[in-house]
Design a protein around this ligand. Structure first.
Ligand SMILES: *Cc1c(COP(=O)(O)O)cnc(C)c1O
Length: 452
């Protein structure tokens, strides 16, 4: 087999700054609004929830933000992460396309989430916070924050969406091993949780509900702050280390991507990989097409409305301008738990509106078929979320097979499935259902978006 398949950077070549795309965009993203006044929120509105350093990053217009030495030290436990050329997948598909994947499954919890959990824990600890609260859907984010809190001596309390709490006991065990306390959500520990349980005693929960619970607890405790694993600008910022590394690795490979695909739940792994490539594109140096892939069951980018909506179910957060299905929307319990959020990163939403990124929605059977194909060729079982990116990657590679085009495809392989194997068991047993959202369900969900 010709050529090298792995592109590994030395530790000393790990990027030392995160990239903020905001100053390079042709128009700035619309600001978050205060739900009461309808005015843009100020730093003081966020202070009960986030430490000063993260609030500054959230609104920063600096192009590069240095990665603190203490954060770099923890990153070096697994970074730089590898870029692989998928020779064996290419062969299995019989495609002339060259397929590369940037693999984040090498992290302590098996996904890209620690890239932001570590700096979030670091800045909170530095500002004297003693407890971080958060929500988790699939369990990836909760595990990442639990790990990061252990690194900096913080306590960590996690509300895990009930469906996942029941189906994924290993994620809970992992969080507890790292020292976190885990509650199923909705819980009777918060007003938001109690209200949901009163109306729906058997609620299997949602990310929106779990966020309400974690936010409520943090806001009520001056020693505590809240941490979010996706969606916000500072989260996408921290994830740009993925793309900065990948750019250097493509230099090593002597190649340039024509198409970049990633799955999008809240937008952080996609934004993290593609923003540095977009910088090069906006500067006229390269011209990749960039595509976000979401599940048909939770199609915020492809069928949602671009509007101001709440980030959580109870309406405790500022209003964010984003692609949303309505803050009450509870998607079908598909296996890709990380892609079951009603909204999308406001920054990525804005970039989609600017026409710099496009989006497709794919049903889960096709995604798992791509995941199995990938696993059998490359020896890595992808977590359910990035199988969405792989499905689009397979579509593109097969289009190249028809046309004979030798496109270069880069995909974000943002995690492995070692704790999500029951999803594969369900697929292999033929028990997986594809249910597209009906137009009636969609319009009912969109009605909960606040009128402005
Ligand atoms: C959390 C998660 C996602 C979804 O979140 P993004 O912010 O869109 O990246 C996707 N894949 C994995 C493996 C995750 O853990």
């Amino acid at each position: 087999m010709a050529g090298r398949t792995k592109f590994i950077l030395d530790e000393s070549d790990m990027p030392t700054a995160w990239y903020n795309i905001v100053p390079d965009l042709p128009a700035p993203p619309p600001p978050p609004l205060h739900p009461g006044t309808g005015e843009p929120i100020g730093p003081e509105d966020l202070a009960p929830l986030f430490p000063q350093a993260l609030i500054e990053q959230e609104v920063s217009t600096e192009r590069y933000i240095p990665i603190p030495e203490e954060v770099q030290e923890v990153y070096r436990l697994w970074r730089p992460s590898p870029l692989f050329r998928a020779h064996r997948l290419e062969k299995a598909l019989g495609t002339p396309a060259r397929i590369y994947y940037k693999y984040e499954g090498v992290s302590p919890v098996g996904s890209h989430k620690p890239n932001t959990a570590v700096p979030q824990a670091y800045y909170n600890a530095r500002e004297g916070v003693s407890l971080l609260t958060t929500e988790t859907g699939a369990g990836q984010w909760g595990s990442a924050l639990a790990f990061a809190c252990a690194q900096f001596g913080l306590e960590c309390e996690v509300w895990q969406v009930r469906a996942s709490y029941d189906q994924k006991p290993y994620r809970k065990m992992m969080m507890e091993t790292f020292g976190a306390t885990v509650h199923p959500s909705p819980s009777d520990l918060t007003e938001a949780g109690k209200a949901i349980l009163a109306a729906h005693p058997d609620s299997t929960g949602s990310l929106g509900i779990a966020i309400s619970e974690a936010v409520e607890k943090a806001a009520a405790n001056p020693e505590a702050r809240y941490a979010l694993g996706s969606v916000l600008n500072h989260v996408l910022l921290h994830q740009t280390i993925i793309g900065e590394e990948a750019l250097r690795q493509f230099e090593m490979a002597g190649d340039t991507p024509d198409v970049i695909v990633g799955c999008a739940g809240g937008g952080s792994n996609l934004g993290g990989l593609v923003f540095p490539f977009l910088r090069e594109k906006l500067a006229g140096k390269i011209a990749p097409e960039i595509r976000a892939v979401e599940p048909e069951a939770c199609p915020s980018l492809t069928r949602g409305k671009y509007a101001y909506d709440f980030g959580d179910t109870a309406g405790l957060t500022p209003l964010l301008k984003m692609h949303t299905l309505g803050h009450d929307f509870i998607p079908d319990p598909i296996h890709a738990g990380g892609l079951r959020y009603h909204g999308m990163s406001p920054l990525l939403s804005h970039i989609v509106e600017l026409g710099l990124v496009d989006a497709v929605a794919i049903g889960q059977n096709e995604c798992f078929a791509a995941g199995v194909r990938f696993a059998r060729a490359e020896g890595i079982i992808p977590s359910p979320e990035p199988t969405h990116a792989l499905a689009e990657c397979v579509r593109e590679a097969l289009r190249c097979k028809e046309t004979g085009e030798e496109k270069v495809i880069l995909t974000a392989l943002c995690g492995h499935a070692h704790l999500d194997l029951p999803a594969y068991a369900s697929y292999l047993a033929g028990g997986m259902v594809d249910r597209e959202l009906t137009d009636a369900e969609l319009s009912a969900a969109l009605e909960t978006i606040p009128a402005r």
